[in-house]
Design a binder for this molecule. Structure first.
Ligand SMILES: CC(C)(COP(=O)(O)OP(=O)(O)OC[C@H]1O[C@@H](n2cnc3c(N)ncnc32)[C@H](O)[C@@H]1OP(=O)(O)O)[C@@H](O)C(=O)NCCC(=O)NCCS
Length: 179
């Protein structure tokens, strides 16, 4: 179990699946996640269980818990580039009552520290979309910098939006948050 100031990260357990299923089928959660993850298509509980419990060699997923062991979201990394020591991360706080209260930032700091110090990554990437200001602010607090913008790359509930590409180097993160 990885411990932050407000969050804990652990592997995904069977008991988490019912809750993750609710989030996957929540339009507001999907709206902000914008189609990159979770998928904008509805998924059955069985499909979600396979995805989260059986795992995939390409995607590593973890559960985010609050101070009272309550499941509030998931976080993970994918698209490993071994020579470049980089990966792409994603996060979803699925319990909407926890949005905007610092849990996402805290989980991201714990996760980035894990990836930089334990996995020895050199760089982390992520992308979001132009209207997701809450996500962009949280990423900036962790140390991510905007590196680019893909015009009208996202289609979110009937409208095209720019994708915002962000990146964080190990040295930048450690200078900001320490080991
Ligand atoms: C994005 C997400 C991980 C951020 O985590 P969080 O716990 O909600 O965010 P935090 O409270 O740590 O930080 C959010 C920051 O944005 C600010 N913020 C929130 N809503 C805002 C808004 N509408 N406009 C401007 N700033 C806003 C907050 O004030 C806070 O900044 P501050 O600490 O300087 O005040 C979480 O909201 C989430 O998972 N949302 C749903 C799915 C999603 O968007 N995933 C990311 C896809 S790329």
């Amino acid at each position: 179990m990885l411990q932050g100031l407000k969050t804990f990260l652990r592997t995904v357990e069977e008991n988490d699946i019912d809750t993750i299923y609710q989030w996957y089928n929540d339009q507001e959660v999907n709206f902000w996640s914008s189609g990159a993850w979770p998928l904008n298509t509805l998924q059955s509980k069985d499909q979600i269980a396979v995805k989260f419990l059986d795992g995939s060699p390409d995607i590593y997923r973890y559960s985010i818990l609050d101070e009272n062991d309550h499941l509030i979201g998931t976080i993970g990394f994918k698209e490993l580039n071994i020579p470049g020591r980089s990966a792409t991360i994603y996060i979803v706080i699925g319990d909407k009552a926890y949005w905007g209260k610092g849990y996402g930032t805290d989980a991201l700091i714990v996760f980035a520290r894990f990836l930089f110090t334990q996995w020895n990554f050199h760089r982390l990437s992520l992308d979001t979309w132009d209207e997701n200001i809450r996500a962009i602010k949280a990423y900036e607090k962790v140390g991510f910098k905007v590196e680019g913008r893909q015009r009208e790359a996202r289609y979110v509930l009937g409208n095209y939006h720019d994708a915002i590409l962000m990146g964080l180097l190990s040295s930048e993160f450690l200078a900001l948050h320490g080991k």
